[in-house]
Write a protein that binds this ligand. Structure first.
Ligand SMILES: Nc1ncnc2c1ncn2[C@@H]1O[C@H](COP(=O)(O)OP(=O)(O)O)[C@@H](O)[C@H]1O
Ligand SMILES: [Mg+2]
Length: 366
């Protein structure tokens, strides 16, 4: 089966239980093309690391098959899979120098000495740290150690590299810098990457595609743009970016349009995973898609609201408003050249287009 499609990595109907009862991974399917950067994004405990470990060979799948380059790897020892790995805690050998740490995967693979030396030098140049060859990991900053860990995963030139929250221990600025470094390295080397994170920004900025994970199930597998613009369900809408949520009942559905009853109001929306009238739904609208004091011809949804709070964020103004029964409704107004003429307590009109308002499965806790 695996060799029939052109994917480089293929998880097929993979399940995993540690205790024989609870499935921490349920029917996992994922195909990754050669050279692709795919991220598994999900909350802690959702089964991401377990999937990586099964691919690397440190855990066995309870059910299903995993293929790498068309070859089933379920019964292949980890060191025979030729996969590079990077973890959050760097996992460098503390008593070895950086050069020795980098040589290690090559010595294990019995490469000739001159080849090892050349590759170690090349990889230190690649991470722009040629001066640290003789130091030990403890003498390096966190960011430098993580770059060395990355170089060590790449030094034996694997075709596939797995990264499990590799930037989790770094501070925000360094993390953002490393995101670009990893992304550029991926583009330059054309290597296939499976990346794990619980940080949505990291997933959106680095990946070709993102698999959003929850409770061992992929909720949506799509490009970053599609995940943000067209979340397939309420979990994805809540997990990726910020959204306003309104509970209502589906009144009518016709093709790409639905009307949703919210108290005494009607909201026009785009039906996503609501099927029948009379059913509860949660509407999802991004805060930056809401217009204040819109012209009637700008938006097909228009309501009265009241400004409760204004918070200045430099590039935008974050506005909390009372809309229908909701006093936590957020509108993000860009700080454009026109000054905004609204103040706390003002009665305003707000509007949005039905295409920016997605009718999703009802969230019961609302
Ligand atoms: N070695 C293990 N033995 C038993 N349970 C485990 C083991 N590793 C992970 N789990 C459990 O499996 C679930 C998924 O864990 P994990 O794959 O680490 O999730 P994530 O990486 O998304 O945080 C969790 O409930 C976790 O407690
Ligand atoms: Mg994990």
């Amino acid at each position: 089966m695996g060799s029939e499609n052109c994917s480089y990595v293929s998880f097929q109907n993979v399940q995993k239980t540690y205790d024989g009862e609870v499935l921490v991974v349920k029917d996992f399917n994922l195909d990754i093309a050669q050279g692709e950067f795919v991220t598994m994004l999900g909350p802690s405990g959702s089964g991401k690391t377990t999937c990586l470990m099964m691919l690397a060979g440190f855990e066995t799948a309870t059910q299903g098959e995993i293929f790498v380059d068309g070859v089933p790897v379920n019964n292949l020892a980890p060191h025979k899979r030729d996969i590079g790995m990077v973890f959050q805690n760097y996992a460098l050998f503390p008593h070895l120098t950086i050069a020795e740490n980098l040589s290690f995967p090559l010595t294990v693979r019995k490469l000739p000495k001159h080849e090892i030396e050349a590759r170690v030098k090349r990889s230190l140049d690649m991470i722009e740290l040629p001066q640290v060859a003789g130091r030990r990991p403890g003498q390096l900053s966190g960011g430098q150690q993580q770059r060395v860990a990355l170089a060590r995963a790449l030094v034996f030139e694997p075709k596939l590299i797995l990264m499990d929250e590799p930037l989790g221990a770094l501070d925000k600025q360094l993390r953002e810098q490393m995101q670009y470094e990893i992304k550029h390295l991926h583009e330059r080397l054309g290597i296939t990457v499976l990346y794990v994170t619980h940080d949505q920004t990291e997933a959106l900025t680095m990946s070709d595609r993102v698999a959003v994970f929850n409770e061992g199930v992929v909720q949506q597998l799509a490009s970053p743009t599609e995940l943000y613009e067209a979340p397939a369900n309420s979990f994805v809408a809540q997990f990726i970016g910020e959204n306003n949520k309104i509970s209502g009942t589906v009144a009518t559905i016709q093709d790409n349009h639905c009307d949703v009853t919210v108290g005494n109001h009607r909201v026009k929306a785009q039906p996503v995973n609501v099927l029948t009238t009379g059913k509860p739904t949660t509407l999802s609208i991004r805060p930056e898609r809401i217009k204040i004091n819109p012209n009637p011809d700008q938006c097909d949804n228009r309501f009265e609201a009241q400004v409760l709070e204004l918070i200045y964020h430099g590039d935008h103004l974050r506005t909390r408003i009372q809309l229908m029964d909701d006093d936590q409704f957020i509108v993000k107004l860009p700080n454009a050249s026109e000054p905004l003429k609204i103040a706390k307590g003002d009665a305003i009109k707000v509007g949005w287009n039905s295409k920016d308002c997605r009718a999703l499965d009802a969230i019961s806790s609302l």
